[in-house]
Write a protein that binds this ligand. Structure first.
Ligand code: DC
Length: 219
């Protein structure tokens, strides 16, 4: 039986840093479900399909094949119809297209069945918004990762600056709040903390601190 760790939380709270670190330390695979929704968002933008248009999305879903793979350093790569699109999906516009299109049942069911299949194959750390509540309700360990709005916006701003994107703290904070609102208020599988989840507040934690903290407490 594979061991499953479910990590949920809002954008830029440190989920992927924690998930990657735990997967490395424990020898598990890391499954980034946000990257899968981003792959669909990327496809929609590339093909000129409006991410708000459920009917138009339904018509193209069969043409979208999303897969994950790992290179020799263990880094995750996301493929859209066999093309490695990992480099193109970390933009604000792809994140927004993912957040908007992820509200639709057909988008979610396509990706959720793939996510469950991957989790059954190998012990994994999976991060997203609905992992403990919906994708892996039987996960062995459930974590809810959070951080203050200010801290998340500062982290996001630093990432954007590193990528050479010209933006401001206010713009980043506004976008984060809009994304939080959409992800927590959609009808289907919104972001929630399940009762059994342990809260990890990463506001004053470095990446190593959060990974060490979880390893010490639960392993
Ligand atoms: O974690 P992220 O920023 O890469 O996710 C992008 C969007 O995808 C997020 O705003 C909402 C959606 N998403 C989702 O609906 N369910 C998940 N399990 C993961 C992401």
């Amino acid at each position: 039986m594979s061991y499953k760790i479910a990590i949920d939380g809002p954008s830029s709270a440190g989920k992927s840093t924690l998930a990657k670190g735990l997967a490395k330390a424990l020898g598990y695979v890391y499954i980034d479900t946000g990257a899968m929704y981003r792959a669909i968002g990327y496809y929609l933008l590339k093909e000129g399909v409006d991410p708000h248009d459920e009917e138009a999305i339904k018509k193209v879903l069969d043409k979208i094949d999303v897969t994950l793979d790992y290179d020799s350093d263990g880094n995750l790569h996301v493929y859209l119809n066999k093309e490695d699109i990992s480099k193109f999906i970390r933009t604000e516009s792809v994140g927004d297209a993912a957040s908007v299109s992820s509200q639709f049942a057909d988008v979610r069911s396509k990706l959720v069945s793939l996510q469950r299949k991957l989790a059954d194959e190998k012990s994994c750390v999976m991060d997203g918004r609905d992992i403990a509540s919906n994708v892996l309700p039987d996960a062995n360990l459930k974590l809810f990762v959070t951080a203050s709005d200010e801290c998340r916006a500062k982290r996001r701003l630093a990432e954007e600056k590193e990528k050479g994107i010209d933006t401001t703290y206010e713009k980043v904070l506004e976008d984060l709040k809009a994304r939080d609102y959409r992800d927590t208020h959609r009808k289907l599988n919104p972001l929630i903390k399940v009762d059994e989840a342990h809260v990890i507040d990463t506001t004053d934690m470095s990446p190593d601190d959060m990974i060490d903290d979880v390893l010490k407490r639960f392993f």
